[in-house]
Design a binder for this molecule. Sequence first.
Ligand code: PEP
Ligand code: MG
Length: 569
Amino acid sequence: MYQGIGASAGIGIGKAVLIRQAELDWSGVVFQGAAAEKERLHKAIAAFIDKTNAMADAMRARVGEKQAEILTGQVLMVGDPFMSSQMEENIDRGLCAEAAVDGVCAMYIDMFSQVEDELTRQRASDVKDLRARLISILMGKESVDLASLPAGSILVAHDFTPSMTAGIQRQHVEAVVTEVGGVTSHSAILARTMELPAALSVPGIMSAVQDGDILVVDGGEGQVLVNPDPAVVQEYRERQARLAADKAALAAYRDRPTLTADGQTRELFCNIGSPKDTEKVLEATGEGIGLFRTEFLFMDRASLPTEEEQFEAYRQVAQAMGGREVIIRTLDVGGDKEIPYLGMEKEDNPFLGFRAIRYCLQRREMFTAQLRALLRASAYGKVKIMLPLVTCIEELRQTRVLLGQLKEELAAQDIPFDKDIKLGVMIETPAAALISDLLAREADFFSIGTNDLTQYTMAVDRGNSAVAYLYSPLQPAVLRSIRTIIRNGREAGIPVGMCGEAAADPLMIPLLIAFGLTEFSVSATSVLATRRAIASWSQSEAERLAEEVMALSDSDGIKAYLKAAVSKH
Ligand code: PEP
Ligand code: MG
């Protein structure tokens, strides 16, 4: 078995088709003079643009606008006069058009590859795709045609580029396997959109597989089996059928209220990182936004977004959600979330340092711009404001005072806003959990951030694999904390939600119902499964289970107990 990264869930069974990129060796190409090379270059660019636009049209029709944008992005890049003038400069230095393209692209690839941010790094593979295709056009070599693949094909390639995806007929391709690429690469995103099982970054797979080999790809686990026994293939066919049946059953949970088995309503919201994500939320029938991580508006750019830019983003989300609740979290930077232009100092213990609400309260101007933008957006929907990493009540009080001043300012300027806007806190530190009774008197709502709450309660860095065995919300310490937070919130009569990953965990769901959680905020892809899991428990059943679980003393025991209870439920 070959192990890679599971990038798009599902099981594909079929015959291997190896995609080898044409050899692009231009050492034999003779420089024909600057004018002739520039003419070749511009003809090739024009042909590239035509071809890519046609591919984008096909992609738009078959998959969607967002996916087509990945290709039109290449058109914009190659059409950028700055890029072509750099290529011309190379030609003026005596390089043939192929070498000129290669040199300029290599520079961009280098530049993008060095950036920390994963999404920017992905742009390096877009430029690689662009380079290979532009040079193939210059050399008159055909690029791989995927449109005529036989049914039941599994594509095996070094890399799976956006332009390759454009040619794929989904009904003929069972899965894709590559040697490079990560979960957030464009190819992975495209594969997920096309619901095409994908195992990426499988080392050495191109040499391990031959055309026509039988492959089984588990895109959830990132595993590839080459020529397995027929009995194993049969086993996977059965799993494939079960997955398909499960998917069909989940569809029944679209567009219906989220109710427990005994008919109590729970709210099922979504976590988003940008206004565009609201499309997926609405598609998944999410009932609101439980966490908008605004730090993404601040990343991947060179300076602070202005109040106006932020207002636009928040307004878009509020309007897109059409009056449904939208909880927007103020900037959560620091820790592992670095924004280079803020010039934050390197700290010995960034997770215990100058981050989130602590940072915002010290950067008044920046915080004011965000709060003003949030207040202004509140005139366009049901916006609520939420503070991250609160550890003491003063952080809430200081923000409330500032918010009050800004409200007066806006009122004086006749700028509309929701006068009754709610201000809540994330409970994601042990300190906040321990004073949740006090916080509940002054906060309008709570949202439990189990990702950080687990990290801080267990004193475990959430990104450190050496101590990952301790990182579980099923640790009794974390479960007790969650139970107390919800109880304190309920006693004070404020809504308590959860926006950490645990909200979508089927093992946690009965416990959360038992504790009295009112709102679950999960990723758009988890909405239907979470709605189904909530529907399968009545309050009394969940309470009975929780009572037994809370009497257990270790997380492994709790996990095993819950697994057994959930599977036979
Ligand atoms: C959390 O800590 O649970 C949370 C939702 O916030 P983030 O993952 O953005 O830190
Ligand atoms: Mg957090």
